[in-house]
Design a binder for this molecule. Structure first.
Ligand code: FES
Length: 467
C-alpha cells in the first residue's frame, strides 16, 4: 500500500506494510515529526492531518484530540496504516546559519555540532565557509538524551544511520564531530545504555579519530565534546581570560563549567525538557511562531515571536521571559504560584501558560542553580564571586539575560553570549591540527562532578525552587 506525505508543497510517496505507524512512514519519507514523548502517545505533539485508510483512534488518542479528530487530525505515533492514505505535515525547514568572521573551514571537511534537537554544520563552498542547521532525525525517538538512550536498546543502528544518511548529503573527506556524550556514543555505534544508569560513567572518552571522523573529547556521561569544544573556542580566542567565570550551556541538561584560579570543574544538571519547549502545554521548539521573549507595558505582557506570523507557542527562552514578566506584574508569587490556572498570552487565547508550566520551569532552573552552587562549594567560593557567565548555544543566544537573572536561572553578574561555540571550536580543529593535542589536554584538566553523588544536592535544589 502507498502513503503520500505532503509537506511544504512537496509530495513524497512511500510503500509500506499494513500496521506501520504514520510516525515511521513519515520518517521514511524524510519528514521528521516532533515526537517529544518518543512516540508513546503522551505528548500530543505529533499531530498530522490525514485522509485514507488508518486504524481507528483508541481512547488515549481521542482524549488528546477531542473534536480535532472530526477534521482528520491524528497522532502519527498512534495511527497505523491499513490501506492507501495521505498525510499533510507542516514541516520545519533546514535553515542557513551565520558563521562569524574569522571562523573558517577548509575544503573537504565537515564540522558538525551534533545536538540532541538540531544538527548544525559548517563547511566550505567555493572557498566560503557556510553554515546550516537541520533537525536531528533521531527526534522521532524523543526530545532528550534519556529517550535516545532508551530507544537505542532496540534501535541503535536506526538512530546511528539516520544521522549518517543526513550527513552523507554533505560530501567530505573528514568530519569533526562535536556533540554531547550520548550523541557521540550513538554516532559511533556504541551502546549508550551505561551512560543512563548509575554510576553514569563514560568508558569511552573520545578525543581521537574514528576512521575519518574526529570525535571531540568528552568529560563525563553528560558533559560531552560540545562543552569541551565550546570552552576551547572561548579560551583560545581570549574571551575567557583569568577571571572567575562560568561556562553554561542550557538545554535538557544544564552543562556547567566553573573556572576559578586556573582550575576547571564541570557538572550537568538534569533540567528536563522545558528549555527545549517540550513538556510545556503550548511549548514548541525555537522556530517560526515561537514566543522567545516578552516585556511588560502598562501592566500587560507583550510577546515577541520568531518569524512573521502570529504566535503559535512558547520556546524555552520565552518561558523564562514570560515567568519573569509575570513575576514583575505580580501574577506569579515568589513561591511560583501562578494566580490563575492559566494566563493567556494572545488575544484569541490560543497560546497560554499554565501553573504546571511554571512549576516545570522552577524545577529546571533549580536543578541548574543547584549545580552552580555545588561547583562553587567545591571551589570554596560563593556564586556572587563569579565575575562573568558565558552563555553557549542557541538558548543562550536568544535568552533575555535580565529575565534569566529575575527568575534566578543565573547569578546577577555580567553575561557574555558565545553563540554556537561548540561548532566554532570544531571549525578551529578543522583548520589547524595543532589544536588536537591541546583540546585533549583541556578535557583532561577539567574535573567532573557527578551531581547524583552529591549528598547536598537535594537540599540545595529544593532551596533554589523559589523565584
Ligand atoms: S504523542 Fe508524543 S509522539 Fe505522538
Amino acid at each position: 500500500m502507498t502513503v503520500t506525505v505532503l509537506t511544504d508543497g512537496k509530495s513524497v510517496s512511500v510503500e509500506c506494510e499494513s500496521g506501520e505507524r504514520l510516525l515511521d512512514v513519515c520518517a521514511r519519507a524524510g519528514v521528521l515529526l516532533c515526537a517529544d514523548c518518543g512516540g508513546v502517545g503522551v505528548c500530543g505533539k505529533c499531530r498530522v492531518r490525514c485522509t485514507g485508510g488508518l486504524s481507528p483512534a483508541d481512547e488515549e488518542e481521542i482524549s488528546h484530540l477531542k473534536s480535532e479528530i472530526d477534521i482528520g487530525i491524528r497522532l502519527a505515533c498512534k495511527a497505523k496504516v491499513v490501506s492507501d492514505a495521505c498525510v499533510f505535515v507542516l514541516q520545519q525547514k533546514a535553515e542557513d546559519i551565520e558563521i562569524p568572521n574569522g571562523v573558517t573551514v577548509p575544503n573537504g571537511v565537515l564540522c558538525v555540532d551534533l545536538g540532541t534537537s538540531n544538527i548544525c554544520l559548517a563547511y566550505s563552498e567555493n572557498g566560503v565557509t557556510k553554515g546550516r542547521s537541520l533537525v536531528n532525525p533521531q527526534c522521532i525517538y524523543g526530545s532528550d538524551v534519556i529517550s535516545r538512550i532508551c530507544a537505542s536498546k532496540d534501535h541503535l543502528s536506526a538512530l546511528n544511520s539516520s544521522v549518517d544518511i543526513l550527513l552523507s548529503d554533505f560530501k567530505a573527506d573528514k568530519r569533526i564531530i562535536s556533540g554531547n556524550t550520548v550523541m557521540q556514543y550513538i554516532y559511533c555505534g556504541i551502546d549508550p545504555l551505561p551512560l543512563g544508569r548509575s554510576p553514569y560513567t563514560n568508558d569511552e572518552k573520545f578525543g581521537k579519530w574514528y576512521g575519518d571522523d574526529y570525535m571531540l573529547p568528552c568529560i563525563g556521561a553528560f558533559v560531552g565534546g560540545d562543552v569541551v569544544s565550546g570552552l576551547y573556542y572561548a579560551l583560545e580566542n581570549g574571551m575567557i581570560d583569568g577571571e572567575t567565570s562560568l561556562y553554561l550551556d542550557v538545554g535538557t541538561n544544564g552543562e556547567t563549567v566553573l573556572i576559578h584560579n586556573g582550575q576547571m570543574t564541570a557538572c550537568a544538571a538534569a533540567a528536563g525538557p522545558c528549555f527545549e519547549g517540550a513538556g510545556i502545554e503550548c511549548g514548541m521548539k525555537a522556530s517560526d511562531g515561537a514566543i522567545y521573549s516578552c516585556s511588560v507595558s502598562n501592566g500587560e505582557i507583550k510577546c515577541s515571536s520568531l518569524g512573521q506570523g502570529k504566535a503559535k507557542g512558547i520556546c524555552g527562552t520565552g518561558l523564562v521571559s514570560i515567568a519573569a514578566c509575570l513575576l514583575d506584574i505580580g501574577q506569579i508569587t515568589d513561591t511560583g504560584l501562578l494566580k490563575d490556572q492559566v494566563y493567556s498570552l494572545c488575544p484569541d487565547g490560543s497560546v497560554y501558560i499554565t501553573r504546571h508550566d511554571v512549576r516545570a520551569l522552577q524545577s529546571a532552573k533549580a536543578a541548574i542553580r543547584a549545580g552552580i552552587e555545588i561547583l562553587c562549594k567545591k571551589a570554596s567560593i560563593t556564586p556572587d564571586m563569579i565575575q562573568t557567565v558565558y552563555l553557549a548555544g542557541a538558548f543562550g543566544e536568544k535568552l533575555n539575560t535580565l529575565h534569566a537573572v529575575r527568575t534566578g536561572l543565573i547569578p546577577n553578574v555580567k553575561t557574555v553570549k558565545l553563540g554556537n561555540s561548540s561548532l566554532y571550536g570544531a571549525c578551529m580543529l578543522s583548520s589547524d591540527s595543532s589544536h588536537f593535542p591541546k583540546i585533549k589536554a583541556l578535557a583532561d584538566k577539567i574535573r567532573y562532578i557527578e551531581l547524583s553523588d552529591e549528598e547536598q544536592f537535594d537540599e540545595i535544589y529544593l532551596s533554589s525552587m523559589a523565584f
